[in-house]
Design a binder for this molecule. Sequence first.
Ligand code: C2O
Ligand code: CU
Length: 633
Amino acid sequence: MFLALYVIHHIASAFFFCTVVAMLPLQSFPKRSRFYNILGWVAIIFSVITFLVGGLLYFTYTWQLFSFWAIGALLSWLAAIFLLAQSLSKRPFVPQLATKILLTPLAMTAAVLSLEQPPLLGTSEVIVYALVGGGIIFLWHYINVSRLHRKRLAKGAISILTISGILGIFLVHQHLSYLPGVMSMNMTSDQMQMNTISMKSVADLTAPKTATHVDHFNLVASAQTVKLSSGTTVDAWTFGGTSPGPTLRVTQGDLVEVVVTNHLNVPTTIHWHGIDLDNADDGVAGVTQNAILPGKTYTYRFIAKDAGTYWYHSHEAPADQIPKGLYGTVVIQPKHPKNERDEVIAIHTWKTNTGNRLTFNTADTLVRSSFSPGTKVRLRITNTDAHERWVQLLGTSFKVAALDGQDITNPTYLNADRIEVAAGGRVDITFTMPPSPVQIGAPDNPDGPAILFSADGTGSRIAAQPNAPIFDMMSYGTKIPGALTINSHFDKSYDINADQYIGFFDGQFGIVHDLNGKLLPYTKMLIVHEGDVVKLTFRNRTVVNHPMHLHGHHFTVLSHNGKPYTGSTVRLDTLQTKPGDTWVVGFVADNPGIWMSHCHNLNHAAQGMDLMIGYDNVTTPYTFGPATPNKPE
Ligand code: C2O
Ligand code: CU
């Protein structure tokens, strides 16, 4: 319903807007002109629709945005009725000039309000249109051109002015959208001045260099060929020669040391997605480090704080590098390991010569594996794609033991439930191997990738159940006593609103998705102080999903569309938000740094859907942008 209303609203607004634009440059209100009567009616009908839809959305979602639409529509409605009345009557009842001067800004404000696209149609455009419109009227009234072909001249001039005006606005906007060559994520200077505490550099927020237990790895980034189970081969970029890269298995509490050597011909980095590590090793090019140039080596160090399933991926041009294969899984084993066998599954879509192939690791078909009956199994599933993926376990009952590496408290048994894994998210599924086969597959891709576990490694595909119930994390398991709830005290509250508009990003025209009205690097940093309990409200006011990710912290999910959670305290680093969703989450600011929060739909992130959560005493010496090797998104 959200989608339908949204689309209707936009069509209505766009039509209305065009109508107003078409009417504005009229040299005088046409009397009894059929064409303009029709335009007038169209304007009225569409502004009524916009008013109703805006109002309905406002009351359904209680988002202020929609009240703007409704008010805008109301204004446009009045303007349209007025225009129509002028056109229908024999003698205009208000002098032409006064009408124009009053109506032009009114109609433009209305159109802009109801279109809600400030970056494309902001104040400057309203002024430009008003000036152009006003100027034409002025010329018309005070310069006597009656001896010339008044009408033709006027029409010609008006069309040229309108076309060049619109073109001019486009070009100016395109020009303004080009990214500066060098950008920095430092707080603006006024935010810094308010701050009397001594500043720290992200470069100094490091893990200790040594520890009693060190887990050491070497990873070489290089171009390789990856072979899928169907036999298809793909040209990939890999860490450690394979994609997924080697699973890094470490023990909770250990110091993890990873030496990365870059044998690619492009710079790269590694971000440790979901691991709440020290800021200096977060791997974001241009924010927490300089990208590792071809031929160079870089060492990451972090303490494996929380047990669970995490993943690593490039955070240099990730929209390009992750789909090409630069990722792998990190398993942090609890200090006292459970009696379990685990199986790591990275879901990934490969672009091949024969189209896109969805894979579980390298399986794009059914593959088989064996577990002896009675084995306790944990599947550690990561979605490395830009879109959500669905998984379904068939053949036995199972539990969702963890989400984003964080345990669910008292999970209960489920049967065939479909589980949605947000882009970048992880889910741990546990079960005890029965004598008969068990299969993990994609319910929405019944002939696609699947892994069949059986006692002897044989068996045939179990048919997917595409209509099985959907797993709901908000009512699953039991609450952790003392955990954050919607009624906790918060020191800071921030909104992160996802909107979309048609406009430019770095010179490219298209639909862009913004956070709080802005695109990186212009998104406003959300400032926190160490120790703050922070509330974030994610609103998805667009028509597509946005998996919102926060670096360096896990947040507790507090409510979804006004409903507090009733099940386990769910702590995530990546939260799927769907059109119309409002999610409230809370976290404790206990990890100083400059941390990215962005959409893990990497294409959205690459087009500016990113912001920074910055501690008030941290600065970064790094810069990013076209004139540097650093491309954080
Ligand atoms: Cu997995 Cu900033 O990303
Ligand atoms: Cu997005």
